[in-house]
Every structure is written in C-alpha cells, then in structure tokens.
Write a protein that binds this ligand. Structure first.
Ligand SMILES: C[S@@+](CC[C@H](N)C(=O)[O-])C[C@H]1O[C@@H](n2cnc3c(N)ncnc32)[C@H](O)[C@@H]1O
Length: 208
C-alpha cells in the first residue's frame, strides 16, 4: 500500500451524493481525472464547516464534486455559487444537484467565470479556484474585490505536477500561469497565504 492509499483509507469516505457524482462522471464525462478526490474533498468540507460561510464562490464546477464538498459547511440560508464554462456538463450538474437535494443552496452559472463574476452582487466568505490554470491571475483579480476582509481563497493545482519547480520554467502557458499566480499571491500585501502539499498543491489565502 502506498501513502496515498493509506491516507484515503484513513479519511471519511464519500457520502451517497458524492458517490453518485463520481459514478456518473466516469460514465458520462470525458475527463474524470479532473474530479477532486476523497481526501481533498473532505478537506474542503472541513474548511467550509470551520468557516460556516454564508456565501461561497467556486470557479470550475466540472461535475459538481467540490461544490457538494464545500456546500456541506454552508451556514443556514447560505448559498454556493458555482461557475462552469462547458455547457455540455450542465445536465449532469443539475441532476447531481437534484439527487443531492441541494436546490437553492448550490446555484449553477453556465458561462465564463470572468464574465459571470462581475454580475454576481455578493460578498464572498470563501472562494475555490479550480478553473483554467492559465487564468488563475485573472480569477484572483476578479474575486478579490468580492471577498470580504478575513475571507479565504483556496486555489487548486498550484504545484502543477511539480512543473512550477523546474528551472528554467517550462514555457507552456499552464505552468507559466500557475507559477505567475503563486508569485503574485506571495507578493500581495493584502493577504497571508500557505501552500499545502496536498495532492497537486492547494494554496490557502486569507484576505487581511
Ligand atoms: C479541474 S475541473 C474542476 C473540477 C471540479 N472543481 C471538481 O471538484 O470536480 C476545471 C473546470 O473548469 C472549467 N473552466 C475552465 N475555464 C473556465 C472559466 N473561465 N469559467 C468557468 N469554468 C471554467 C472547465 O470546463 C472544467 O470543467
């Protein structure tokens, strides 16, 4: 058994709604690898439960796995807004919301996050960034004004399979995008941050 299997075996497993999303994603989606897994999903739930946010924003719904994980911690009457660009995923996401009885608590927006965010008249307590890796800086700049003081941003895949450590930095726009995002956060006096080496790297940011 490797360390990842051991960690998974000692983490609370997925509930029925998440199990449904995983099965349907493998049957119906093209890139099931994009699913947030059991361990990171449980961490998202734990963070959300600790914060009891009233408003959560997610960029990059895919099939809804992380949206469900985060929504578990919402305060009563709380709402999670999640944005997905790929309209072919809409039916699957909406079915998942119905199966998980999350209507009203999870609000799906189909469209480009960079166009949707300016129209959301909300102040967010927690933001999860998991969209296009080339656009992380643009997401950060779009969400910062909507994040309350003391609010948190979590950004996934910030180690990008270790490529951000390579010297010279690979020229592909994904690695460049993530590396530039990490540097921007690190230099931003408005925040404190910690990069967790969980899975593909999770950046936790708190707005001061
Ligand atoms: C890694 S997947 C998200 C995984 C998801 N958070 C989960 O836990 O299963 C990234 C998703 O972001 C979406 N995406 C990419 N660029 C986007 C954008 N500008 N606005 C909204 N969604 C975007 C992609 O279509 C894809 O479904």
């Amino acid at each position: 058994m490797n360390v990842e299997e051991y960690i998974t075996q000692h983490t609370t497993p997925e509930d029925e709604a998440l199990g449904w999303i995983v099965r349907q994603t493998h049957q119906r989606a093209i890139h099931p690898r994009m699913l947030t897994g059991v361990v990171q999903g449980r961490l998202l739930t734990m963070v959300s439960v600790m914060l009891a946010p009233k408003r959560i924003l997610e960029i990059g719904t895919f099939t809804g796995y992380s949206a469900f994980c985060l929504a578990k911690g919402l305060a009563p009457e709380g709402v999670l807004h999640t944005i997905e660009k790929d309209d072919e995923l809409e039916d699957l996401i909406r079915e998942g919301i119905a199966v998980g009885k999350a209507d009203g608590r999870i609000v799906l927006h189909i469209g480009d996050a960079l166009q949707v965010i300016p129209h959301l008249d909300e102040t967010f307590d927690l933001v999860y960034i998991d969209g296009d890796k080339r656009e992380y800086i643009a997401y950060y700049q779009a969400v910062m004004p909507t994040l309350r003081q003391g609010g948190f941003i979590l950004a996934d895949n910030v180690l990008w399979d270790g490529k951000v450590l390579e010297d010279p930095l690979p020229p592909d726009p994904f690695t460049q995008g993530i590396a530039a995002f990490n540097a921007l956060v690190q230099a931003d006096p408005q925040v404190e941050n910690v990069l967790l080496p969980l899975r593909d790297g999770l950046m936790m940011v708190r707005k001061l």
